[in-house]
Design a protein around this ligand. Structure first.
Ligand SMILES: Nc1nc2c(c(=O)[nH]1)N[C@H]1C(S)=C(S)[C@@H](COP(=O)(O)OP(=O)(O)OC[C@H]3O[C@@H](n4cnc5c(N)ncnc54)[C@H](O)[C@@H]3O)O[C@H]1N2
Ligand code: MOO
Length: 413
């Protein structure tokens, strides 16, 4: 049985439509700059990267053992050890039939050798090496260009440089690259009730957690944040802050004041000093999210409820920032899972419920709620490792139903 949700007015904009409309209105703003390897973490590549070299650039051993020519090996005939090849110290001679060379992992394969036998399968006695088992040509050899060939496209422009990408760039010997300038984003909270952590709370006051959470998410994404702090619910102050922010930054993110309350001024001010792209989406949490522009500066008005602010940042602001920054963002990966309990869901809005997924004894994924699903309960957001994606028109979810989820562990938040 589903109940009527009076918050689900008709005419709310479906999530994917709104997201696409928003992305269509945004262009890359970032210029590129040449940056040294040490500073590349979390930056976005401005150029395609083609490998300047073969990786590896020479045939080398994947094991510690003995290098030999498999085709000339004679059963039960020991090989004469004629030298050693160590990483960084190649053997300069040639391996002939009946000979072998001691070789270490990563060392160059000597001329004449085509395979390596790991030392556990060899017996050394007075410079004679007996090999047990069969040996095939190419065994335990890492061939030139096996990883990357010279000229091959390694990363496309738009790739975010994480530690793994950085490792590959380093392995190519690249020390400076063109990347996009980091975005500068204005961040502000609105609300008379808000105090910064560390301040005393008066009656009806709460701590401003949205700005702290959003700032942390932005920093994780490599965005420069200009923190405009807490702005009181006074239209003049909000207007001033927004106009100033629009002249100083690449995008503006606010939280609070986007709904229909007597002190919710964001939408009205956005209409005065800029233009509204859309307001109110068929999503839960995050219904009153507002998107617009002030003098070409994109504006994202996040709802004040802390879960709504975090979830709309992820669903809408994150892809928008990627577009502005020149980053190619893959579509979110979703996984099927079985519910281990029932979930309440009212038709009308696409619901992103905070949940915990775990692997069950039979290897399948099982999911439970991370706690209460109210948009004010941020502790459940902090406990969650995934968001359940519950379609707009569906109702309650029964225990044992198959649902779709998006992992959020390990993301920027
Ligand atoms: N009559 C209606 N009322 C509401 C509707 C509606 O459609 N009709 N929508 C509800 C929904 S859904 C949401 S979400 C909220 C969003 O409201 P606002 O964006 O105007 O946010 P505020 O009213 O300013 O604050 C809501 C809530 O969040 C707390 N808050 C605000 N800022 C922060 C912050 N920086 N850190 C932590 N907590 C914050 C604030 O104290 C309120 O409790 O509107 C519903 N109402
Ligand atoms: O959409 Mo509000 O974010 O449900 O609480």
């Amino acid at each position: 049985m589903t109940t009527i949700d009076h918050c689900n007015q008709p005419g709310l904009r479906p999530y994917l439509d709104a997201k696409q409309e928003m992305l269509n209105q945004l262009d890359k703003v970032s210029k590129c700059e040449l940056v040294g390897l040490e500073q590349l973490l979390n930056r976005i590549l401005a150029d395609d990267i083609h490998s300047p070299i073969d990786v590896p650039s020479f045939a080398n051993s994947a094991m510690d053992g003995y290098a030999l020519s498999a085709s000339t090996l004679v059963a039960d005939t020991p090989l004469t050890l004629i030298g050693a090849s160590l990483a960084g110290h190649p053997f300069t001679g040639r391996v002939a039939a009946g000979e072998c060379v001691r070789i270490m992992t990563g060392a160059a394969l000597p001329l004449g050798a085509d395979s390596v036998v790991m030392q556990e399968n060899c017996h050394l006695d007075a410079q004679l090496v007996s090999v047990s088992g069969t040996v095939t040509s190419g065994q335990n050899v890492r061939f030139p260009a096996e990883d990357l060939a010279q000229g091959e496209l390694v990363f496309s422009a738009g790739t975010r440089i994480n530690a793994r990408v950085l490792a590959v760039l380093s392995s190519l010997g690249l020390e400076q690259l063109y990347v996009y300038r980091p975005l500068t984003v204005a961040l502000l909270s609105t609300g008379d009730e808000l105090r910064s952590p560390g301040q005393l709370l008066g009656p009806g006051d709460i701590y401003d957690s949205n700005r702290i959470a959003l700032r942390a998410m932005l920093h994780s994404l490599g965005v420069k944040v200009i923190d405009y702090g807490i702005i009181k619910d006074q239209p003049d102050l909000i207007r001033q802050a927004l106009v100033k922010a629009a002249s100083e930054t690449d995008a503006i993110i606010t939280s609070g004041g986007v709904s229909v309350g007597d002190a919710d001024y964001i939408k009205q001010i956005l209409e005065e000093v800029g233009r509204i792209g859309f307001w109110k989406l068929a999503i839960k949490p995050g219904k009153p999210f507002a998107f617009g522009q002030i003098n070409d500066c994109p504006f994202f008005g996040l709802p004040g409820n802390p879960v709504s602010a975090a979830v709309t940042f992820h669903l809408l602001v994150r892809p928008a920032l990627a577009k502005l920054a020149g980053e190619t963002l893959a579509a979110p990966v979703t996984l099927p899972a079985k519910t281990l309990m029932a979930f309440k869901k009212t038709p009308g809005r696409m619901d992103f419920q905070r949940a915990i997924v775990s692997t069950q004894a039979d290897g399948s994924l099982g999911v439970i709620a991370a706690g209460a699903q109210s948009s004010g309960v941020f502790s459940a957001m902090a406990q969650a490792n995934c968001l359940l994606h519950l379609e707009q028109d569906r109702g309650d979810v029964a225990e044992g139903e198959r649902v779709t989820l998006e992992l959020i562990d390990g993301l920027y938040w």
